[in-house]
Write a protein that binds this ligand. Structure first.
Ligand SMILES: [Zn+2]
Length: 330
């Protein structure tokens, strides 16, 4: 238990402190969700609870951009998370799956210690909790489609009202990301901890998405300097080793000089969209050709959209990306 606590502290610290852990590229969903420090909260038992038995019916939400805490209905908060985290143009069933994932993430999050905003259940910083936007801001973002998209999200929330995903009777860590490499990533290869419902599954249609491939170019000198500045001193790109990949195509480890660096750390250090990356050495530069976007764990949001368009229900989508989980209430 103590080792697990230390592990979560370490992961939390790394993912919270590093400014390169989370970055947005316009047009992509934003979510990158990390494990937190587990605790038990007694205070929840004194509040009015949703039908799932894990969430209060109202939340105190820290609005990060305005540095203030406001109280809101929990379902209204989830509406704002879906509006912020997934394009409203996505399929209706994908939006429902996103609503359940966001609600489940909240339920899981409320059982974790939160030192950044101890007086609020959750915050609107996507790099700490989940992204969120108000109806007013969402409608402004959607411009001429505001009525259409607001109604789509209203329906997604109503049809998944108070539903969350459970594994062994507890809310799951409902990690999600924008676009997989063509296969989702196993949690053990990203966070070092095996999670039975966060295992690799194929998402072939992710390979067909417009923004699947991306390339970042680093001149030799700049790359050596960047690695050296971050504690991996090298003088030549010949000091960069051959990567070891997992079955889903994400880098597990790569030698940088005398150090072994994880795929996640490499991605963060070089601000790559994904750790599913092919390294191409050129005469004066190195190309990092990535596939997909995000850590790759859990639900692929673009994959959810594809499954919805292929006739899958939101529960079938969730069951695909989080195998072995159950919906509560059914
Ligand atoms: Zn937060």
């Amino acid at each position: 238990m103590k080792r697990g606590f230390i592990f979560f502290c370490l992961i939390w610290t790394v993912l919270t402190v590093s400014p390169l852990c989370f970055y947005r590229i316009q047009g992509f969903p934003s979510a990158e969700l990390a494990p937190q420090v587990p605790i038990q909260t007694d205070s929840l038992s004194e509040q009015n609870m949703q039908a799932n038995g894990f969430l209060p019916t109202a939340l105190s939400v820290y609005i990060t951009s305005e540095d203030k805490i406001i109280s809101m209905d929990t379902e209204e908060y989830i509406w704002g998370v879906v509006a912020a985290e997934m394009p409203a143009s996505f399929h209706e069933e994908a939006l429902k799956a996103q609503a359940v994932a966001a609600r489940t993430y909240l339920a899981n999050r409320l059982q974790t210690k939160n030192e950044k905003h101890p007086d609020a259940h959750i915050c609107t910083d996507s790099t700490h909790c989940q992204g969120w936007c108000s109806r007013t801001d969402a409608r402004a973002k959607w411009v001429h489609d505001a009525d259409l998209y607001e109604n789509k999200l209203n329906a997604a929330l109503l049809e998944t009202k108070e539903k969350i995903l459970l594994y062994e009777e507890k809310p799951i860590l409902a990690a999600y990301h924008a676009l997989s490499s063509g296969k989702t990533n196993d949690a053990v290869d990203v966070w070092g901890k095996k999670v039975p419902y966060l295992v690799s599954v194929p998402v072939e249609e992710d390979r067909l998405r417009e923004k699947y491939y991306f390339e970042v170019r680093y001149p030799h000198d700049a790359l050596c300097a960047l690695f050296s500045e971050h504690g991996y001193p090298i003088t030549s790109i010949s000091d960069i080793g051959t990567p070891v990949y997992n079955d889903a195509g994400y880098i597990l480890r790569i030698g940088i000089g005398e150090n072994s660096v994880s795929g996640s750390d490499l991605r963060n250090l070089l601000a790559l969209r994904s750790a599913a990356v092919t390294i191409v050495r050129q005469e004066d530069a190195v190309l990092f050709q990535t596939r997909g976007y995000g850590h790759g764990v859990g639900m692929s949001q673009y994959g959810a959209d594809s499954l919805g368009k292929n006739g899958k229900s939101f529960f079938e989508i969730l069951s695909y990306f989080y195998p072995g989980t159950t919906l509560m209430p059914e």
